[in-house]
Design a protein around this ligand. Structure first.
Ligand code: DHB
Length: 401
């Protein structure tokens, strides 16, 4: 949606195929932390008005371990940069409204079945309506009775996530995939009630990770590390609160604000990258090309960075006929992608219990937390990655190749 918006601002037309229904997308709560550059881009391109009113600007985070909390002063350590807590589905709502008001074409509940002619100048997308994601089967399904339809275009932006056809349309002999699966998931809850803390709290406890986040002054978002195969039914509210109170307890008697839990979900954790991110006239962006574990909230921010690079490259093509930026797309994006992979893997490794009983590992993690919260150099490294490296530092050609 953001790519479609950015292209529209340059006078370039697009058609968006959205797998889910508008209502489904607008009501599914996902991550909620926007990097400094993401929030700035939304503001600069005219879709940041509601975010500026309703989003919360944060200047620091707390890392909690060993019964105490220590603050990372992100704004102070990064020369004034911040993060904005504003739900991903709210960003998408704003984009839907803006695109539809501008006459943009979005076909909901539709998905590509196959991509053709990617090597030549007029690729084709064959798609069907009546699509839905079957998470158990890990595949897109179509209701019976829908015909295949076809779109002929200049370029295909493969923004169709891990289960979409775009990634698989890059021939296997040139595609390389890199994966790491973690032995835990996140149990997420949404709670009605006031915040427990003004800033996000990332906590390591011997029983595992937990995270105190927020969505608004009235709605709180909390997570705790769990078995990825666990079921939400195994967690009545009392058990959840008991677990969170234990993991978040401090020696100074901090209290967790409890309230009505109105949503529970479990997500698995995975790191994944596919290379290259382009093939002929196909350009992958977001989860179609890379997935990060949620710790550090880089998923949506990386997708935003990808489409910013792609929109500039397409703008260059349509205004000058040159393909310098298009040719460099994959290399440009992958530099930032691998940096975010490293950061998300590192945050995940520092803050989760990997194997019960591996006390050596746990002591190392606490030593790392101690270091990161007491050395200005280490804290600066965390802070600059958390608020998001400036785009110009992670684009541009790399001499490392
Ligand atoms: C949230 C998610 C994250 O992955 C994170 O690191 C911080 C906050 C959230 O959903 O609020």
């Amino acid at each position: 949606m953001l790519l479609s918006h950015l292209l529209h601002l340059q006078g370039i037309d697009s058609v968006v195929l959205e797998l889910r229904s508008r209502e489904d997308v607008e009501t599914t709560v996902r991550a909620g932390v926007l990097e400094d550059g993401t929030a700035t881009l939304l503001k600069e391109t005219g879709v940041g008005e509601r975010m500026e009113k309703e989003g919360a600007v944060h200047h620091g985070i707390e890392l909690r371990f060993g019964g105490g909390g220590r603050r990372i002063d992100m704004t102070g350590l990064t020369g004034g940069r911040t993060i904005t807590v504003y739900g991903q589905h709210e960003v998408v709502k704003d984009l839907y409204r803006t695109r539809l008001e501008a006459g943009g074409q979005i076909i909901f509940e539709a998905a590509a079945v196959s991509l053709h002619n990617l090597d030549i100048s007029k690729p084709k997308i064959r798609f069907r309506r009546g699509a839905e994601l079957d998470l158990d089967a890990r595949a897109v399904r179509f209701q019976g009775g829908t015909e295949e339809e076809e779109i002929t275009c200049d370029f295909v932006a493969g923004c169709d996530g891990f289960f979409g056809v775009s990634r698989l349309s890059i021939p296997e002999d040139i595609r390389r995939e890199y994966t790491r699966t973690y032995p835990f998931g996140w149990f997420g809850i949404l709670v009605e009630g006031p915040p427990s803390s003004e800033e996000l709290i990332y906590a390591l406890h011997e029983r595992g990770f937990s995270l105190v986040s927020t969505r608004s002054p009235e709605i709180q978002r909390l997570y705790f590390q769990c078995d990825p195969n666990d079921k939400t039914e195994n967690w009545p509210d009392d058990r959840i609160w008991e677990e969170l109170r234990t993991r978040l307890a401090t020696r100074d008697g901090w209290t967790l604000q409890e309230g009505n839990i109105f949503q529970k979900d479990i997500v698995g954790m995975r790191s994944f990258v596919t290379e290259p991110m382009q093939h002929g006239r196909l350009f992958l962006a977001g989860d179609a090309a890379h997935i990060v574990p949620p710790t550090g909230a880089k998923g949506m921010n990386l997708a935003v960075a990808d489409v910013r690079v792609l929109s500039r490259a397409l703008t260059e093509f349509y205004s000058t006929g040159q393909t310098i930026l298009l040719d460099a797309y994959s290399e440009t994006c992958l530099r930032r992608v691998w940096n975010a992979q490293r950061f998300s893997w590192w945050m995940t490794s520092m803050l989760h219990r990997f194997h019960d009983g591996d006390d050596y590992q746990y002591r190392l993690q606490k030593a790392e937390l101690d270091y990161v919260t007491s050395s200005r150099a280490a804290a600066t490294s965390l802070a600059e990655n958390y608020v998001g490296l400036p785009l110009h530092e992670t684009t541009g050609a790399t001499s490392a190749g």
